[in-house]
Design a protein around this ligand. Sequence first.
Ligand code: PLP
Length: 407
Amino acid sequence: AETWESVPLAPPDAIYKLTGAYKEDAYPQKVNLGVGAYRDDNNKPWILPVVKKATDILLNDPALDHEYLPITGLPEFTSAAARLVLGADSPAIAEGRVASVQTISGTGANHLGALFLSRFYHWPEGTEKQAYLSDPTWINHFQIMRGVGITPITYPYYDPATIGLAFGAYLATIRAAPPGSVFVLHACAHNPTGVDPTRAQWTQICELVLERKHYVFFDSAYQGFASGDLDADAWAVREFVKRGVPLLICQSFAKNAGLYGERVGALHVVAPTQETAVRIKSQLSVLTRSEISSPPAHGARLMALIMNDAALFEEWKRDIKTMAQRIIAMRKELHRLLTEELKTPGNWDHIVNQIGMFSFTGISQEQSQALIEQAHVYLTTNGRISMAGLNSHNIRYFADCLDRVVR
Ligand code: PLP
């Protein structure tokens, strides 16, 4: 028999397949609402002006070489990254109990965090290695967990009836889970729903998690991108740290710095003591060594420069606001078109209440399919749209098409 006869053909990745179909479509008014990347008002990728500036500084630095970074990454980057998510005044940082390691963007942070838990976490008595994921979640969470031998199970999160949070069922699952269970929580701008808990709800989640001694695996892929404010979007993470929840944070700079392809990210494990953090970091270093030896340098240098220079940092915050505000403006305009101009049947308030790149429209699989096939509007068939794909030129067309398929 041929050596690879038993290798089954894997199905293509749904999002990449959607993008392929969009590219092949010759229809002039076609719209791509599948992409998980920011686009400007002309549907073009946006290089943040602050990133352009930092790139020029790096290119003109005669001291720069292409040597390896340390295994755990560029120290000026990882320390600034920790301050960004935990707050510059974080007691956990001051007490030296945060183990931070540079990763291959947010995906690599999720993988390393999961791998670390798989190897070292003290799993609850009588359970296998398992992690609770929100239903639904970023689809990659499932494969990342399975890849390191952790069984993904889900907790209720999204309620189709209200197009909002299934809060009661969510809390009930936290309460019922064996003490010491691992919960993966989206720090802000939940993907794919755009539905986040309110601060009061976060507080209740936090208290219950503490009471049940669970472990929180925060995935923070959209800090700043959601509300336009880096601190506001880190509120839940900081609140959980303040209240002493044992946790780790997976951090990505793909969205908030537009550095998708540069793969800039970090994993931060908040430990009870400095001594524990040192031991954790030593093991994260061993795991990183066997997988990538050391992380890529360019993006980390860019972000270290931006985060450690007061003027560049301020400029970055302005660029983040530019992106977040355009997305928020699209939400308002879509809501206005549907409710005021077209008088589309149904309630569309969730469009403005949801946050971040994505919005669950609440339309059915059949309606989503009709948008793709009849209107050349590309979206995932769960009814999720990327707000970044909307702009002043195509939003009216999209609103008209959406109105037609729901009538
Ligand atoms: N986590 C979530 C919830 C995401 O939506 C994404 C990107 O879409 C990521 C993590 C990781 O992205 P990246 O590896 O590009 O940083």
